[in-house]
Design a protein around this ligand. Structure first.
Ligand SMILES: [Zn+2]
Length: 234
């Protein structure tokens, strides 16, 4: 497999103005995310969904069934598998729904925790690229894109709500149904997690043990064409 060297553009901060590479939400997706964030006291998590030709434009935010506390999100194994299968069956590519990991922090700090870093590395580290996005209760955001081929690299990118494209109306009744179906608070886990290592917490937090991740690698987390990554257009 031939892998191009990515270093020239992404390690030079001065060439990276953020004008061309930023994470954008449709107003609808942004409203839905904040609705989920504010509906309870816990963290919530999900995936940013994008169109095939604009992989940094989140036009939908989707949750899967998850156990949540005020410090963690644990996706249900089967729910993640279903989420993937459904979208693959719909003809979507993994880079449209399985690259942008979105979650909330109840406090005012959007910076990733040690557990977040471990989760991101374990689950998304084998994807050619991936994004960790966090929004805190008080509105601060954190977005980091990680390039995992060649020498790799990570860079913080700006976040914006993009009003330029047509967007759907809010659908609170459907959001409430999705929230009730998927978000399951679990009181005791926050205490239990205090005594765990970051690795243990990450496994618990993702609900994705090592075997599951390997299975995803084969099935849905496949590499895009490494000779022609989309970000060469930026
Ligand atoms: Zn977090």
């Amino acid at each position: 497999m031939k892998v191009r060297i990515l270093r020239p553009r992404f390690d030079e901060e001065e060439t990276f103005t953020g004008k061309t590479l930023s994470l954008r939400f449709s107003p609808t997706a942004w409203a839905k995310l904040l609705f989920f964030r504010d509906a309870g006291e816990t963290e919530i998590g999900g995936f940013g969904i994008t169109p095939p030709d604009d992989l940094l434009y989140i036009h939908d935010f989707q949750t899967v069934k998850q156990q949540v506390t005020c410090v963690s999100v644990s996706f249900d194994d089967n729910a993640v598998a279903d989420f993937f299968e459904t979208r693959v069956d719909q003809g979507r590519k993994p880079e449209q729904f399985a690259r942008i990991w979105v979650h909330t922090h109840p406090g005012n700090c959007p910076n990733p925790s040690g557990t977040d870093e471990e989760t991101f590395r374990r689950v998304f580290g084998k994807c050619q690229w991936s994004i960790m996005f966090i929004v805190a209760q008080e509105g601060k955001t954190y977005a980091r894109i990680s390039f995992n081929v060649g020498p790799g690299g990570q860079v913080l990118i700006p976040v914006e709500v993009d009003y330029d494209k047509p967007f759907l109306a809010a659908d609170q009744p459907a959001w409430i149904e999705e929230y009730k179906a998927n978000i399951h608070p679990e009181e005791w886990r926050g205490i239990q997690e205090q005594s765990m290592t970051p690795e243990e917490r990450a496994e618990l937090a993702t609900g994705w043990p090592e075997e599951e991740i390997e299975e995803f690698d084969e099935r849905a987390w496949g590499f895009e064409d490494p000779d022609n990554p989309w970000w060469w257009n930026y």
